[in-house]
Design a binder for this molecule. Structure first.
Ligand SMILES: [Zn+2]
Ligand SMILES: [Zn+2]
Length: 561
């Protein structure tokens, strides 16, 4: 009887980001992607969110490597963090590997990675994994759908994809290849991108954006143009550069990732900008406004990006002035809307005209909409289906779509981060859950505990109140040596605050005196008394819940009971 195949989801199910799944064959583990997620405004001070690597850590000797389906941060951005713990073989297209290497080198863990470059339609064997790579179109070139030929039949993972019939590089999604796979072997289990499952119709082709950008450029003759897009969107950069050159402009790139990726893609022959038309951003002073096009990072409003600095007037390279046109060739990722709005506002305040996806056709999604998903399902016709890559609502919509397309309802499984499934001769069944917490990274301290975030949330909402209580305990004699002191930050201010703090002081004094009369002598007892009395008082008088921090001086250390 063939061995079962296990698939576990470490991230990416129920959120857009930190995509990571583990496929297990013969006791070995192959990951599909290892991405990060950018935090939302709820997670104060967090730089990024990683998948939970606990399961991989516990099974480190069984981890073979990672299939990097394409070069987006939500698929490759956590590789360098996993490499710190586990050496990995990283399998992907040369561009995907090139983009991943940039990050891995930055964190100084290159010596722990080995790379296996694969080309379109290659079929390779790594350990027990027999894998085949099908070209798909997406918003970064050279993405793959991956077929795992396993003892339990073919498991197909779509990667991030759309069905762009006129892609910039003419490299189409290999529907014929996928059709062969489905007809010859049959697809036992299909895992498919759900991002746009709720969107009706077909997505617009990337090439349709090129014309629209060129029209915008022509209509702004004589004016300086700054245009922001994702640095990995090489085809967008190509079309912007083409539009710029066609309208008599020279291109300069701005932002570290834009500079790196443009250099990488030109070197690989994937991006064609003649040397004579490309300038260093330090060297554009002599170019007239109407002859310049700056391609910048920061299309998601990232606070430290080149564009955000222009919006606040802090850019070393460019100051925005009346007459400039800034184009955001992008759409905000959920969670980034506020940052993008703030950047647009700053740019307009400085005199720029801002064009964005809400006002002109300057962006096309990289993810299949419902009709494209229907085409995909009609070709793949899987026996079992799990929607992946989406918030819950996207996965639920995709599950409905799959049943409409003929997958039996009991063979569609919506999974969450931490779920495992087992593919056996009998079918697909749920297996043990694995840890799948959000791992928060801030600054250089590494992973942040969840409790720190809860504390930050409390501090951010209602502030902080502290009571300082000084005691003298000598033998049987115990007393307050001075009136307790109540301090606050971010709670209530002004004369009203003074009044409240004064009343709070009485409450704390009363509680401490009661505790003393009760014979309490341990610090923990006084802390509890102060925290309770203060908390009750604050809630009664202000209906707020600030963080309450008692500081007790002079009491004995004791066991907390
Ligand atoms: Zn993605
Ligand atoms: Zn992607």
């Amino acid at each position: 009887m063939p061995v079962p195949v296990k698939i576990s989801f470490l991230g990416g199910l129920g959120e857009i980001g930190r995509n990571c799944a583990a496929v297990e064959v013969d006791g070995r583990i192959m990951l599909i992607d290892c991405g990060l997620m950018f935090p939302d405004s709820d997670t104060a001070g967090v730089d990024l969110v990683l998948p939970d690597f606990t399961y991989l850590r516990e099974n480190a000797d069984r981890v073979e490597g990672v299939v990097a389906t394409h070069g987006h941060e939500d698929h490759i951005g956590a590789l360098s963090y996993l490499l710190e713990e586990i050496p990995l073989k990283i399998i992907g297209s040369p561009l995907t590997i090139g983009l991943a290497k940039n990050r891995i080198e930055e964190r100084g863990v290159s010596d722990r990675a080995s790379f296996i470059e694969v080309s379109d339609n290659d079929r390779i064997q790594v350990g027990p994994f027999d894998m085949e790579f099908f070209p798909v179109t997406h918003s970064v070139p050279h993405g793959f759908a991956t077929a795992f030929h396993t003892p339990q039949g073919t498991v197909l993972h779509s990667g991030d994809f759309k069905l762009d019939m006129t892609p910039v590089d003419a490299r189409l999604t290999d529907l014929a290849g996928l059709g062969h796979l489905a007809k010859d072997d049959g697809v036992r289990l299909f895992l498919c991108d759900s991002t746009n499952a709720e969107e009706a119709g077909f997505s617009a082709s990337e090439t349709s954006i090129g014309q629209s950008i060129q029209d915008l450029f022509r209509a702004r003759d004589g004016r300086r143009i700054i245009i922001a897009c994702f640095a990995s969107h090489i085809h967008r950069v190509q079309q912007i550069a083409d539009a710029a050159i066609a309208t008599g402009r020279t291109v300069a790139t701005l932002g570290r990732s834009m500079n790196n990726n443009v250099a990488l893609a030109r070197q690989m022959g994937l991006l064609k900008i003649p040397d004579a038309k490309l300038r260093d951003i330090d060297d554009v002073a002599d170019i007239e406004d109407g002859k310049l096009c700056v391609i910048s990072t920061g299309s998601q409003g990232e606070p430290l990006s080149a564009l955000a600095r222009m919006a606040t007037g802090d850019s070393r390279w460019l100051s925005i002035r009346e007459g400039d046109c800034v184009i955001l060739s992008s759409h905000p990722i959920p969670g980034n809307e506020f940052s993008v709005t703030r950047v647009i506002d700053g740019l307009v305040r400085r005199g720029a005209e801002v064009v964005h996806s809400g006002s002109a056709k300057v962006h096309a999604t990289g993810h299949a909409k419902a009709e494209e998903l229907r085409v995909m399902h009609s070709i793949v016709q899987p026996e079992w289906f799990i929607p992946v890559h989406g918030e819950y609502r996207h996965m639920a919509a995709h599950a409905r779509l799959a049943t409409q397309m003929g997958v039996a309802a009991d063979r569609v499984k919506i999974c969450s981060d931490g779920d495992s499934v087992l593919l056996t001769d009998k079918g697909l069944e749920r297996a043990d859950e694995i840890p799948a917490e959000y791992i928060y990274i801030a600054g250089s301290v590494g992973a942040l505990d969840h409790s720190v975030l809860l504390e930050r949330r409390v501090l951010g909402q209602d502030g902080f109140v502290s009571a300082i209580v000084a005691l003298s305990i000598v033998g049987p004699k115990a007393e307050l040596i001075r009136e307790p002191e109540v301090l606050s930050r971010g709670w209530v201010d002004g004369p009203e605050g003074d009044e409240l703090r004064k009343d709070a002081t009485h409450e704390v004094r009363k509680a401490i005196e009661e505790a003393l009369a009760d014979g309490k002598r341990n610090r923990q007892d006084f802390e509890r008394a102060a925290r309770r009395s203060l908390g009750r008082f604050i809630n009664k008088r202000t209906r707020m819940r600030p963080m309450v921090v008692p500081v007790i001086l002079g009491a004995h250390e004791g066991q907390d009971d």
